[in-house]
Structure formats: structure tokens, C-alpha cells
Write a protein that binds this ligand. Structure first.
Ligand code: DAH
Length: 344
């Protein structure tokens, strides 16, 4: 085979093998094989000296051309492989930024806490301050000072758990937050504008509408010339902020030993606007709390003149939350089922 033929065959196999190379390592191997000091082109170059002048020129030119072609093919192949590798890397490292993120579970306030704070905030906005009192309370503050004598039948309205400490006067789990009316008035002269949130207990059979332990918010306003109209105005502002600005407040005569007159407070149903629906059980009205003008006997028991004027009210937090969140069973607030709590 002539040297030129040999060079052409080198060219073909080199280009062929380069065409099939699938990694830059392989291309580098081929580069050494064909263009290296021990490669076929080097060998041809070394043999040039022994050739006749005419042939030497032709073989030399052919060798240079083949070297150039192989170098160009190597450069092209390396660029191609680099591009592919880069694309492969990008593909492997691809991030799908259209996927919705995974929310880490975060805590939040219990719906009852939220409702309690919402109620308190409304009254704070009206100028009321906030006080808290003991859950374990004396019989005196829970009943007697609130115009409910010992052994009086009116006690059954707020029957509770008696704690026998052996002390001369019985302790109870307070059945309402009303004892704080007395404690507050004993602690300072009027005026008083206070709300009292807190836990209370009742000797009640637990069902969808009753719990043996729940929360109330008491309100007390004692000042000069406080009238029933003030009571109604305050409760109307509260009810509209809590449930909706269009509703009407209705007060319905009732009985509580510590108020006179006493009332049950209703709002026109915020779910149906008063026409009657499941939320208001077809009534158009929903009871939200008890209220009234502080009874003169309560003022007497704290040493205020019986002519003092003031109003009081008390509402159940769970009941308000139940209305607000359309819950039909109070117990669900205390079962710690995150499916329920997270959806409120
Ligand atoms: N303490 C009452 C209860 O638990 C609620 C209540 C009614 C509180 C009328 C008041 C009031 O201050 O004026 O049933």
C-alpha cells in the first residue's frame, strides 16, 4: 500500500471511530492513538526522509491534511459531547418549580381562643378593661354575694361542684364568671368597666349543647346614671361587630338573681336575616347571653349605696363560637381532632 493510500485509510478509520465515540474520554484516547507520538501519522512523518522528493511532498501534504481533518473532527466531537453532557446534567438537576410547595405543619390558636380574644377585643375597643379571677371560688362570691342565699332554689340554675376542704365555708368550682363582679367592686369604688373571661364548671350532663367545663365572659359597667339603654347600646355594638353589621338586638324579660330587671339577649339570625333557618331553628332569633341591671342587693353586699347604677352581662364562649363556626356539637371543640380544628 502506498503511503498516501495508508494515510487515507488512517483518515477513514480515525473519522469513523471518532464518529462513534460517546464520551470525551474516548475522544482523548483516539487523539493519542492517531495524533500521538507513537501514532500512525507520526510514523508516516518519520518515514518521509526515505522517500523520493516528489513523493515526499505529496505524502507530506496528505499527512498534514489528514492531521488537520482529524484535529477538526476531534474538536467538533468534543464540542458536541460537551453540549450533550451539559444538557444531561441540566436534565438530571431539573427543578419543577411549578409543583406546589409542601407546607410545613404550623400551629395556630385554638378556635375558642380566637373567639375569646375577638370578644374581649371588641369590649376593649369600647373602653372596658380585662380582669381574671379564680376558678376555685368561695360559695360566698359564687352565690351569696350575688343575691343567691344558701339553700335558695335559684342555686339550681348554676349548680356546680362543691370542693370539701374542711374549711368553714364551702369552696366550689365557680359556675359562672359573675363572682368577679363582687371581687372587682369590693376592690375599688366605681366607676368599673370590665370584662372577665374565664373557665367555669357546671354539674351538667355532657351532650351536644352542654359541657361540665366551659368558658364565659362576664361584663360589668358601674358608673353614675347607667341605664338599660346603655346596656342595650353596648350589646348592640358588640353583636354587630361579632356577627354582622345589619343585625338587630332584642331583649327578652328573664330572671337572674343578681340583676333586676334581667334579660335574655337575642340577635336577629345572621344566617337568614331573621326569616328562619337551621341556624336559628326557624325562630329568626338567636340567644347569645344573659344580662341586666345590677341588683341593689349586689351593691349592698359590696358596701355600695343601693342607689348605685350599673349593668352586667354574661355569655358562653363556646356558644358564641358554635354560632360563629356553625358547629352543631360543643364537644368537638374539646376533642382535639385536627381535622375539625384546622378547618375552623
Ligand atoms: N352568670 C349567668 C350564668 O352563668 C350569666 C349572666 C346573666 C351573667 C346575667 C350576668 C348577667 O352578669 O347580668 O348563667
Amino acid at each position: 500500500m502506498s503511503a498516501v493510500d495508508e494515510l487515507q485509510s488512517i483518515e477513514r478509520t480515525a473519522l469513523d471511530e471518532l464518529g462513534g465515540a460517546d464520551s470525551s474520554e474516548r475522544v482523548q484516547e483516539l487523539q493519542i492513538t492517531y495524533l500521538g507520538r507513537k501514532g500512525p501519522l507520526a510514523r508516516v512523518g518519520k518515514s518521509l526522509g526515505g522517500l523520493p522528493v516528489e513523493e515526499r511532498k505529496l505524502v507530506g501534504q496528505t499527512a498534514n491534511r489528514v492531521r488537520g481533518l482529524i484535529e477538526a473532527a476531534i474538536a467538533e466531537k468534543l464540542a458536541e459531547l460537551d453540549k450533550l453532557e451539559r444538557a444531561g446534567r441540566l436534565e438530571a438537576e431539573r427543578l419543577d418549580i411549578t409543583l406546589p410547595g409542601r407546607m410545613p405543619p404550623t400551629g395556630r390558636l385554638h378556635p375558642l381562643t380566637e373567639v375569646l380574644e375577638e370578644i374581649v377585643d371588641i369590649f376593649v375597643g369600647l373602653g372596658f378593661s380585662v380582669a381574671e379571677g379564680p376558678l376555685v371560688e368561695t360559695d360566698y362570691y359564687s352565690f351569696q354575694a350575688l343575691n343567691i342565699p344558701q339553700d335558695h332554689a335559684a342555686r339550681s340554675m348554676q349548680d356546680t361542684f362543691y370542693v370539701d376542704t374542711g374549711a368553714p365555708q364551702p369552696y366550689v368550682l365557680r359556675p359562672h364568671t359573675s363572682p368577679m363582679q363582687v371581687r372587682l367592686m369590693e376592690s375599688a369604688p366605681p366607676p368599673h368597666y370590665v370584662v372577665v373571661p374565664g373557665v367555669v364548671a357546671r354539674r351538667d350532663e355532657i351532650d351536644a349543647n352542654h359541657l361540665a367545663q366551659f368558658m364565659q365572659i362576664e361584663g360589668l359597667a358601674v358608673d353614675e346614671n347607667i341605664s338599660f339603654a346603655d346596656l342595650k347600646g353596648v350589646l348592640e355594638v358588640f353583636a354587630r361587630q361579632m356577627f354582622g353589621s345589619n343585625l338587630t338586638v332584642r331583649m327578652h324579660p328573664s330572671y337572674f338573681p343578681f340583676t333586676e330587671p334581667s334579660a335574655e339577649v337575642y340577635v336577629s339570625c345572621f344566617a337568614c336575616d331573621g326569616s328562619g333557618c337551621a341556624t336559628c331553628r326557624g325562630e329568626g332569633w338567636i340567644e347569645i347571653m344573659g344580662a341586666g341591671m345590677v341588683h341593689p342587693n349586689v351593691f349592698r353586699s359590696v358596701g355600695y349605696p343601693a342607689s348605685t347604677t350599673g349593668f352586667a352581662f354574661g355569655m358562653g364562649v363556646e356558644r358564641i363560637a358554635k354560632l360563629k363556626y356553625s358547629v352543631n356539637d360543643l364537644r368537638t371543640f374539646y376533642e382535639n381532632d385536627l381535622r375539625f380544628l384546622g378547618s375552623r
